[in-house]
Structure formats: structure tokens, C-alpha cells
Design a protein around this ligand. Structure first.
Ligand SMILES: NC(=O)c1ccc[n+]([C@@H]2O[C@H](COP(=O)([O-])OP(=O)(O)OC[C@H]3O[C@@H](n4cnc5c(N)ncnc54)[C@H](O)[C@@H]3O)[C@@H](O)[C@H]2O)c1
Length: 252
């Protein structure tokens, strides 16, 4: 069993809800910014406000990690960063391959923030012979024909798909067949994957549409999110929800 599978099983055994897992990166980001400001301890109210959730939910989430804070003092920032990082599997390095090295793939390849968070880009792959061989951020773009070898040789565990929509499912099938069980999909298509494979989809146009909705509301449009949620027949997003929280609520 891989370390990731072991951790998932442990998490399932301890019954950490998926919704809690989805909020842990948000807490971590807030904690990192507290660390940057030299803050050593934080109350649940402060951390909850920084993360945009209510403090009761935050305390419940953190209790799943066995972290209860100290009455009157709060949580020790450094230790909480460690606990959440450990839970999310960020205390080890993850090897990432980016497939599709066009506008988006290049931007992702050049982003320095992955490495500092434990994600090492070890492969850039493309189908276009004109792009293959190009050097981007210290890596040479390789041909998609080498996908399976690269995944195996370099221990790739996360595939980032930045191909056009029409190519994404086939690429996904190949990475999954090669043993990758985590896919970050930027292509505007819903990928089908077997059980045991996690796909996260990033869609900036959805985020923009939600911001447009909030803009309209600020300008005196529909009063709140209920109309949109009602139309979609979905559960209510928290009032003042960030776009990401809104999407999570709508997708729940
Ligand atoms: N999720 C978002 O918010 C967001 C934002 C922008 C673009 N996108 C999507 O991301 C994808 C990439 O956008 P882009 O602007 O970089 O496009 P692009 O055309 O610049 O790049 C796509 C790259 O994929 C390569 N490619 C095509 N088929 C392939 C295959 N079978 N295997 C490997 N590589 C292949 C192409 O050669 C090209 O280099 C598109 O699907 C686009 O719709 C998503």
C-alpha cells in the first residue's frame, strides 16, 4: 500500500469527513500567513475569521485531528501547521507531471509556489513536436508518448491535465492506467475515472461567473444567493461565501 493509500485508510478509520478535509488547506493558508507575521498562537475565533468559517465549525474540524487548543490561549500556530500538513500528506514531497504545455501548462510549470508546498514538478509533456524539447523553468518538455515511462521512472503521483478538452479524457485514462490516482484537471470537461482515483477540477470561468454574481448583488441586483441556489435546487452556500465555498456548496 502506498503512503497515500495508507493515510486515506487511516483517515477513513478515524472518520474525518471529506468536508473537513476540504477546509484543511484553507486553515493552512491562514496559518501560514499568521506565521509570516510572526504570530505564535491564535484563538479559534481569529483563525476562523482568517479562514472565513465560523469558529464552532473550525473547532470541530480541528478536533478530528486531535487538536483542541488551550483554553484562554488558543492554538499554537507552528504545531497546528505541522498537524494539518501531516494530515494532508504535505510533510512528504509529491511528484507532479504537467500534461499539455500551452499557455496554462507553461504558467503552471513556471509557478514557484508548488515546490515550497512540497509539490515537485518532474515532468512536462506535450503532443506537439514543436514544443517537445523546449526548456521551461529548468525542465525539458517531453513527448506524450513517454507518459507511462515518465510516470513509472519518476514516481509521479499527481497528474495535472492542461490539454484541450478533446484530449483530456484519453490523457486521463493513460495516467490512471499508469498508476496515478490523483488528477488535477484544468480542461473544461468532466473526466470519468475508476473508484480510488481523485479528480479535482479547476475552472476559472466558474469563479468569474460567481464573482459577476456577487458584483451584481453589490450593485443592487438579486438580494442574496437564494435565487441562484433555488434555481439550481441546491443547498445554501454560507452567506458571504467565497467563490470556492459557493462552488463547494453548490456541488455538494
Ligand atoms: N481551468 C481553468 O480555469 C482554465 C483556464 C484557462 C484554460 N483552461 C483550459 O486549459 C487547457 C489548456 O489551455 P491553454 O490555453 O494552455 O491551451 P493551449 O492550446 O495553449 O495548450 C494546450 C496544449 O496541450 C497540448 N496537447 C494537445 N493534445 C495533447 C495530448 N493528447 N497530449 C499532450 N498534450 C496535448 C497542445 O499541444 C498544447 O501545447 C484547455 O482545455 C483550456 O480550456 C482552463
Amino acid at each position: 500500500m502506498t503512503p497515500r493509500q495508507t493515510r486515506n485508510r487511516d483517515r477513513a478509520d478515524r472518520g474525518i469527513p471529506e468536508a473537513t478535509v476540504a477546509r484543511l488547506p484553507v486553515y493552512l493558508r491562514a496559518l501560514h500567513s499568521l506565521q509570516d507575521r510572526g504570530v505564535a498562537t491564535v484563538s479559534s475565533e481569529e483563525l476562523a475569521a482568517a479562514a472565513g468559517v465560523n469558529s464552532a465549525k473550525l473547532r470541530k474540524d480541528l478536533s478530528h485531528l486531535g487538536s483542541y487548543g488551550t483554553r484562554g490561549v488558543g492554538y499554537e500556530v507552528e504545531y497546528l501547521v505541522y498537524q494539518i500538513s501531516r494530515e494532508l500528506g504535505l510533510t512528504q514531497d509529491w511528484v507532479v507531471a504537467i500534461i499539455g504545455v500551452g499557455n496554462l501548462g507553461r504558467a503552471l510549470a513556471g509557478y514557484g509556489g508548488f515546490a515550497s508546498r512540497g509539490f515537485r514538478v518532474a515532468g512536462l509533456l506535450d503532443a506537439d513536436a514543436d514544443i517537445v524539447g523546449e526548456e521551461i523553468s529548468g525542465l525539458t518538455v517531453e513527448h506524450i508518448d513517454r507518459l507511462e515511462d515518465i510516470i513509472g521512472e519518476r514516481g509521479v503521483s499527481i497528474a495535472v491535465i492542461a490539454t484541450p478538452a478533446g484530449a483530456a479524457q484519453k490523457v486521463c485514462d493513460r495516467v490512471v492506467a499508469a498508476g496515478v490516482t490523483s488528477v488535477l484537471n484544468f480542461a473544461p470537461v468532466v473526466l470519468s475515472v475508476p473508484d480510488g482515483v481523485d479528480v479535482r477540477k479547476v475552472d476559472l470561468s466558474i469563479e468569474l461567473q460567481i464573482l459577476a454574481f456577487h458584483e451584481q448583488r453589490k450593485a443592487g441586483g438579486p438580494d442574496d444567493l437564494d435565487a441562484l441556489e433555488g434555481a439550481a435546487g441546491k443547498a445554501a452556500a454560507p452567506r458571504g461565501a467565497t467563490p470556492t465555498q459557493y462552488v463547494e456548496a453548490v456541488e455538494a
